[in-house]
Design a protein around this ligand. Structure first.
Ligand code: DHB
Ligand code: FE
Length: 288
């Protein structure tokens, strides 16, 4: 598990600035947006957001000292590149719930700040790139990708990424090598996938940066339950962005990112091969 000590000073800054670069580049092109700015929409949404803050000031009699501390905090979120982390922990889950209102198929949840483009392309059954001595419980995640009418989706892509057994993401923390425990697995002619990996660990958001400092200052838990991120895509189908959690995880129901959902909990069982465990999970994609 990730400990407070492990989250070195470089971590919030490196993880944060890398996540900022990715967000700025718009690399996550599976989600498109933008277009012309609608003045009425800006007035409604930005107006409501500002009014929420103004009402907190009025209701709780915020002082000039607190207002100045807020300014300094906002500036440090920018300086450390932590906007993607902060926004994905404290706001993305509400955006995801709105998106889910119009999405059929499997239950989704937040993307988070740690997806990376350009990872290993693998055929099923696949073993994710990992170190020769990769620690952790060997785990198989397998299942089938189908359309909402049950048609198997051969050639669908299961993009998977998760932490190592110590709670580190490759590409953001210094320890794991590039591409570790990340890959894009293509389903077979039955739409099936089988991924061999290691069980991930619970994770604390970086504690040395402003997002973590604010979380601790409020006395909130900085932990995320252990989770596996997935992006499941197939031509002509709406992308499923989801995560899978583990039954018995002490942080379930108290996820700092509010992203865990009961439907997303795995209960892996021993395969009988050493300490290996396995979970089966099908994904249903909605046609576009
Ligand atoms: C953060 C980390 C995650 O692993 C995740 O899924 C969402 C957010 C974060 O540190 O901000
Ligand atoms: Fe994550």
């Amino acid at each position: 598990m990730t400990t407070t000590e492990d989250q070195s000073v470089s971590d919030a800054a490196t993880a944060g600035s890398h996540a900022t670069d990715i967000a700025r580049s718009g690399a996550a092109t599976f989600r498109t947006g933008g277009g012309d700015v609608d003045q009425a929409r800006v007035a409604t949404v930005v107006g409501a957001a500002l009014e929420g803050i103004r009402s907190a000031i009025r209701e709780h009699k915020v002082t000039y000292d607190e207002f100045d501390a807020f300014k300094r905090w906002l500036i440090s979120v920018s300086d450390t590149g932590e906007w993607p982390l902060f926004l994905d922990v404290y706001l993305e889950f509400e955006v995801e719930k709105v998106a889910a209102e119009t999405q059929d198929g499997s239950v989704g949840t937040i993307l988070g700040p740690f997806w990376l483009d350009g990872q290993a392309q693998l055929d099923s059954p696949a073993t994710l790139p990992m170190r020769d001595d990769e620690p952790g419980t060997p785990m198989i995640l397998a299942g089938q990708v189908t359309d909402t009418d049950g048609t198997p989706l051969a050639g669908a892509k299961v993009d998977i990424w998760h932490t190592d057994e110590e709670g580190w993401y490759s590409g953001f923390a210094a320890k794991p090598p590039a591409g570790n425990l990340r890959g894009v697995v293509t389903t077979d002619d039955q739409g099936r996938y089988e991924i061999h990996t290691r069980k991930p660990a619970p994770y604390t958001i970086p504690l040395d940066g402003p997002t973590g400092q604010m979380t601790l200052a409020a006395g909130w838990s900085p932990w995320r339950p252990a989770h596996i991120h997935l992006l499941v895509t197939a031509p002509g189908h709406r992308t499923l962005t989801t995560q899978l959690f583990f039954t018995g995880d002490p942080y379930l129901g108290n996820d700092v990112a509010s992203a865990d959902k009961p439907e997303l909990t795995l209960d892996p069982q021993p395969t009988g091969h050493g300490d290996e465990i396995r979970s089966d999970r099908d994904f249903v994609l909605e046609a576009e």
